[in-house]
Design a protein around this ligand. Structure first.
Ligand SMILES: [Mg+2]
Length: 386
């Protein structure tokens, strides 16, 4: 038994170069301050587990981690399922996104305890996985994806890098025509050499625009159609109705939080594929529960965005297709990945092999080494619970 004696939450701030207004808009010479956090769990037998969330390492999830951490002190670090279950009940008034980073650190700790990777602990299914290039949204200012043709050129570049699939995040201006223009131009460029997906990210103005774009997905042979319109992709009834009008599989549930809620959303007919974010949906523990639930129903899942805990899950999930390499764009680094690794871990555009695959880390735990010199030099707060 390894008893949890201390949990520390380290916030750190660094500047993103060539970003200005936000993390999704290129601005030459811009410097955008970005704050993320890391969770460290220590036990009475000298073990240490770490988890550094990427996209969802924001102030809201950090606040939840701080609130949840005291409930773990004195617990057996290997009781991950019981800890997840207890946090689910204790924080039932909230979305419980903070549980994910704590769970990730517990899995990292367990892997290091036994000298094996989390992928091995979960039961390996694959050693690498094909990635799809998941684009930045378009922008009206110069740089990045600033024209429809820029999407087509970038898709061609991704194809040449080895990516087998490409997901469009379009201009998100609410217009079906704008969405379809990008989709058509990209399809014309890459032909049938890539699987294509589009994600309006709940931006289309209404249900009929969602139907219009869905029919274009059918005509253009899109692989999936994600979060179409402005119900925030939360109405199972609305998505089920949409599915009556189109043939392309819907990928909805990125914005549905909770193990039972996602299961209910699928059963209610709200999606064809379940979308799981290990950084929001209860970490590795809950991600694997959801993936198994879907597998038993003969349904696929997709993992949202990228990071070490994502790769650990994908190592052991059989019913999925791709790793989301995102977000990426021409002349832009992936702003979601913090610069905190000394082991070569990368979610940047060029990190795929010639087959468009990324490797599953093989080292103990999550298999990554954090740059604590950088983290300490950029640390803005450290909250410790013991
Ligand atoms: Mg999405």
């Amino acid at each position: 038994m390894s008893l949890i004696t201390r949990i520390s939450i380290h916030s750190y701030t660094y500047e993103l170069e060539n970003f200005g207004a936000n993390i999704m808009t290129f601005e030459k010479g811009g410097r955008l301050p970005t704050t993320k956090f890391i969770v460290v769990i220590e036990t009475d037998d000298g073990l240490r587990g770490e988890c550094a969330p990427h996209y969802m390492a924001n102030k809201m999830t950090c606040a939840q981690v701080v609130e949840m951490a005291p409930l773990l002190i004195g617990r057996d670090a290997e009781h991950r399922t019981k800890i997840f279950d207890d946090l689910k009940i204790a924080f039932r008034h909230f979305d419980r996104a903070g549980a994910a980073a704590l769970d990730g650190a517990l899995w990292d700790l367990a892997g290091k305890k036994y000298g094996c990777s989390v992928a091995q602990l979960l039961g390996g299914f694959r050693d690498r996985i094909p990635a799809y290039a998941s684009t930045y949204p378009g922008q009206k200012t110069p740089g990045g994806l600033d024209t429809v043709q820029a999407y087509a050129d970038f898709a061609q570049h991704c194809l040449e890098l080895g990516y087998p699939a490409f997901k469009i995040h379009s201009f998100w201006d609410g217009s079906a025509k704008s969405e379809i223009d990008v989709m058509t131009t990209v399809r014309d460029q890459v032909g049938d050499k890539m699987r294509l997906m589009t994600d309006p990210a709940s931006s289309l103005a209404g249900f009929m625009e969602a139907v219009e774009v869905g029919r274009a997905c059918d005509d253009l042979g899109f692989f999936w159609y994600e979060d179409p319109y402005r119900d925030a992709s939360a109405s199972a009834f609305g998505q089920k109705k949409l599915r009556d009008f189109i043939k392309t599989p819907l990928l909805v549930s990125e914005h549905i939080r909770g193990l039972e809620q996602k299961a209910d959303f699928l059963i209610a007919g709200g999606t064809d594929i379940i979308h799981i974010d290990p950084e929001l949906d209860g970490g590795i523990t809950a991600t694997m529960k959801l993936a198994s639930f879907a597998e038993a129903l003969g349904i696929d899942v997709q993992i949202h965005t990228a990071g070490p805990i994502h790769r650990a899950c994908l190592a052991a999930i059989s019913n999925t297709y791709y790793y989301e390499m995102g977000i990426v764009g021409p002349g832009m680094i992936n702003s979601l990945q913090p610069p905190i690794y000394t082991c070569g871990y990368s979610d940047q555009l060029e990190a795929v092999d010639a087959d468009g695959c990324v490797p599953i880390p093989t080292g103990p735990g999550l298999g990554v080494t954090l740059d604590w010199d950088f983290i300490k030099a950029h640390e803005t707060a450290c909250i410790a619970v013991d």
